[in-house]
Design a protein around this ligand. Structure first.
Ligand SMILES: [Zn+2]
Length: 201
């Protein structure tokens, strides 16, 4: 089972503290509330706009439920190879700045870096479009909880709405709740900590 681990410090900070966290932080099984055991790690290669990182993903196991938990840091979506910040920048370039689908990936990566293929980017867009209405509902609810009476634009919720409303929510969280730990997360990191597992962006 994948658990998104709230982590606001970025990859370098993650690499420096995660082993300590794993060794010293107890984790109780979310299914039976029992103790879990350390269960090793695996390595993942992930890409930002201009760097490639190999990060360890640590695991724990519940002996009662026989379930293994993998802790994915919140700066990356489970199974994704590109950091949330990179994916967010890509969607922004295409949807907001109007760069073509074909040009967006190369436009968004440093020269010589591994960039997403046009085909993959198309697939991302297709999926995002599909989940945008549901994600928008969650976003709208959260925005109105924090700012009752906020005027939410009408019309068909789409990717542009999610990108825009996600940034507004991020700003509101920062300004309203400076103590709120979500304040230093990127937009997609924050959304993925709030959204149900089938709607991760
Ligand atoms: Zn359990």
């Amino acid at each position: 089972m994948t658990i998104i681990l709230p982590f606001s410090g970025g990859v370098t900070a993650y690499l420096s503290i995660i082993l300590d966290w794993y060794r010293t932080t107890p984790y109780f099984c979310p299914l039976c509330k029992g103790k879990t055991h350390r269960h090793g790690k695996y390595l993942r290669t992930v890409y930002s706009q201009d760097e490639c990182f190999i990060i360890p993903i640590f695991r724990r196991r519940c002996p009662n439920c026989r379930v293994t938990f993998s802790f994915i840091p919140s700066f990356i979506k489970p199974y994704a190879r590109f950091l949330n910040s990179y994916r967010f920048a890509l969607f922004q370039r295409h949807v907001v700045d109007g760069i073509s689908i074909r040009q967006t990936p190369s436009y968004s990566s440093a020269h010589g870096m591994h960039s997403v293929s046009t085909c993959t980017f198309r697939r991302w867009l297709k999926r995002f479009k599909k989940i945008a209405p549901e994600v928008s509902k969650h976003l709208t609810t959260r925005l109105l909880e924090l700012r009752p009476g906020l005027s939410i634009p009408k019309g068909l919720p789409d990717i542009a709405f999610v990108l825009n409303a996600g940034q507004v929510l991020n700003l509101i969280v920062q300004s309203l709740l400076p103590e709120e730990p979500l304040h230093s997360y990127g937009v997609f990191d924050m959304l993925n900590l709030l959204l149900p597992g089938n709607l991760l962006v």
